[in-house]
Design a protein around this ligand. Sequence first.
Ligand SMILES: Nc1ncnc2c1ncn2[C@@H]1O[C@H](COP(=O)(O)OP(=O)(O)OP(=O)(O)O)[C@@H](O)[C@H]1O
Ligand SMILES: [Mg+2]
Length: 239
Amino acid sequence: MTGNVIELKDVWKIYDMDEVKVNALKGLNLKIKNGELLGVLGKSGSGKSTTMNMIGSLDTPTKGHIFLDGIDISTLQESQLAQLRGRKIGFIFQTFNLIPSLTTLQNVMLPMMFQNKPYPERERVAKEILARLDMNHRLDHVPGKLSGGERQRVAIARALVNNPEVILADEPTGNLDSKTGQEVIKILKELNQKDKKTIVIVTHDESLVKICDRVCYLRDGAIIKEFKKGEKIDLDSVR
Ligand SMILES: Nc1ncnc2c1ncn2[C@@H]1O[C@H](COP(=O)(O)OP(=O)(O)OP(=O)(O)O)[C@@H](O)[C@H]1O
Ligand SMILES: [Mg+2]
């Protein structure tokens, strides 16, 4: 497939609080190309996580349109959307979001259950991916008995099992020490270059910013600046 995997067209997200309205996104436009490694930067509260939720169709816009492989997702029923999202998108969250009572293997097998894959296939695929991430010695550990870096590798494995086109990662190195963070960066880079995955990363981590093909800078719910690969990212110019 060529062209844009995802397109956000004039997307607004307005949270209706009791007294006030919060404009989290104000007419955001974004096209993400197939195979691109895109970084999203911006101050706290600028709308990065909200943007990720829109890209991943975890949430719906108040106004505007989101296209996934050219399909306007507002035209889909929730059940169709859940299926599409499960197949096409893998999420990596800052806080890992693993299920505490499930083992490494069970956590990683779970998304395949929602795609109605038979048990033997679920187990085989989960073990293959966990082995690739060097986690095959921790299959029976629950998340509470894993290190931070191990938890993040389980979360990455879980994001990969349905072989998604797009991986969304919100601060994937945010809770890791710099050495473990480097390992995660290496994995993400390989997924982009070798496996040709489209990846969108929210990050403050400079070494992660460096591997991006393009960086979008958000302010007050809109993209105010884009940086191409290699271009000096002068944040003073946009702050
Ligand atoms: N469920 C919600 N209800 C009301 N306001 C919200 C909700 N979620 C987010 N907001 C507000 O929308 C704005 C954007 O939030 P968002 O989580 O996208 O920021 P962010 O850029 O991810 O910040 P951070 O770097 O701190 O994670 C913030 O002002 C936030 O307070
Ligand atoms: Mg956030």
